[in-house]
Design a binder for this molecule. Structure first.
Ligand code: XUL
Ligand code: CO
Length: 439
């Protein structure tokens, strides 16, 4: 077994005072918060595609990343080396899970049959590593967007042969996710959207996407895959308009196609901001609809209009995200998958560790602050008071649908001198600052 990251030992918790970039300052995996360890609360995962496939290539230039496997030329040898590197990196970081697309772990061959054989070979190797490692698969997914055959979409392609190809790919990816004990299966609609409505039958495309997901549900039952199906909303990129625009859109879609009992949501921070929402907004929308499942942890750059997938280092975002996770009762099968890539300028192998450590520390701090906020329930009390008018009198009659417009008009005619109270937003923002700064 080769060691790829020779200058990195197992990352330890050294606490707030440490200035060692290869140590945790806040993430203390065994520290218990509210009856669960930090490790159990946060359920971190490494994203195979960014960490082992990412090169730093952008539309203006080639890849910059220097990787210890760069000298390997045979594509299958390279795929095998990355399996080894994945287990080494996860174990050194103490990250309990990883996530992959089918095409991340094994390169595509010239025929589907051969591609599937390659996948089987790599899956067998991953299984071998799993025998001695505690690292598990959080979720698997399909890359049905990269190959040119998906130019017009996968399940929403106008070409039925593409629909069939994508179905065969999801079938296989579900099988390998099951074989590797994956706890979820993710659907991100890579090119499920459109560029122009002038050539698009939107109704047929949406119906086909509904049919496709229905077939996936049927097949999961057939093979006994009990993992959670997750949909990951994103408003744009690669297509101008993605059908899974945001959580609210997906809620409506699932209900239209009778799929709401079979799916939950995988919320990504950078996708939320691209949809002009906050990360917390998307998480809350999923939670109040009973559809919260998992998180793709990253952050965007608010000055840029695309999916920069940066490692999450914004303490406000991680605090409010963990507040929502706690409110949702914590993760069950889900977790915090670092769908994040090191910047193009951070091209050294050790940067992969620095980046994950920064993200893990930021979420650990967010968890601690959020747990305190949730247990002291100060914000809950303020919100409860704000809506107190619905607890009795006319408000309670509205909630219980005891009144209609006629009764409400009669009430309003007698109570038309309305008194409102301040929303006190700045007080609340100051309270949040206090929690973050004093914890
Ligand atoms: C793309 C994205 C994907 C999904 C998995 O923006 O987030 O990597 O997470 O397909
Ligand atoms: Co993602």
């Amino acid at each position: 077994m080769s060691e790829f990251f020779k200058n990195v030992d197992k990352i330890k918790y050294e606490g707030k005072g440490s200035d060692n970039p290869l140590a945790f300052k806040y993430y203390n995996p065994d520290e218990v918060i509210g009856g669960k360890t930090m490790k159990e609360h946060l359920r971190f995962a490494v994203a195979y595609w960014h960490t082992f496939q990412g090169t730093g290539k952008d539309p203006f230039g080639d890849g910059t990343a220097l990787r210890p496997w760069d000298n390997i030329t045979d594509p299958m040898d390279l795929a095998k080396a990355k399996v080894e590197a994945n287990f080494e990196l996860c174990e050194k970081l103490g990250v309990p899970f990883f996530c992959f697309h089918d095409r991340d772990i094994a390169p595509e061959a010239s025929t589907l049959r051969e591609t599937n054989k390659r996948l089987d070979e790599i899956v067998a190797l991953i299984k071998e590593y799993m025998k001695t490692s505690s690292v598990k698969l959080l979720w698997g997914t399909t890359n049905a967007f990269g190959n040119p055959r998906f130019v017009h979409g996968a399940s929403t392609s106008p070409n039925a042969d593409v629909f069939a190809f994508a179905a065969s790919q999801v079938k296989k990816a579900m099988e390998i996710t099951l074989e590797l004990g994956g706890q979820n299966y993710v659907f991100w609609g890579g090119r499920e959207g459109y560029e122009t409505l002038l050539n698009t039958d939107m109704k047929l495309e949406l119906d086909n996407m509904g049919r496709f997901l229905g077939m996936a549900v049927d097949y999961a039952k057939e093979i006994g895959f009990k993992g959670q199906f997750l949909i990951e909303p994103k408003p744009k990129e690669p297509t101008k308009h993605q059908y899974d625009f945001d959580t609210a859109t997906v809620v409506g879609f699932l209900k239209t196609y009778g799929l709401e009992k079979s799916f939950k949501m995988n919320i990504e921070a950078n996708h939320a901001t691209l949809a002009a929402h906050t990360f917390q907004h998307e998480l809350m929308t999923a939670r109040i609809n009973g559809l919260f499942g998992s998180i793709d942890a990253n952050q965007g750059d608010l000055l840029l209009g695309w999916d920069t997938d940066q490692f999450p280092t914004n303490i406000y975002d991680t605090t409010m995200a963990m507040y929502e996770v706690i409110k949702a009762g914590g993760f069950t099968t889900g977790g915090l998958n670092f769908d994040s890539k090191v910047r193009r300028g951070s091209f050294e192998p050790t940067d992969l560790f620095y980046a994950h450590i920064a993200g893990m520390d930021t979420f650990a701090k967010g968890l601690k602050v959020a747990y305190k906020m949730a247990s002291e329930a100060k914000f809950d009390k303020i919100i409860e008071e704000r809506y107190a008018s619905y607890k009795s009198g006319i408000g309670s009659d509205i909630v219980n649908r005891k009144v209609g417009f006629k009764e409400l008009e009669k009430y309003a005619l007698e109570n038309d001198q309305i008194k409102n109270v301040s929303g006190r937003q700045e007080v609340l923002e100051g309270m949040l600052n206090n929690y973050i700064l004093n914890d």
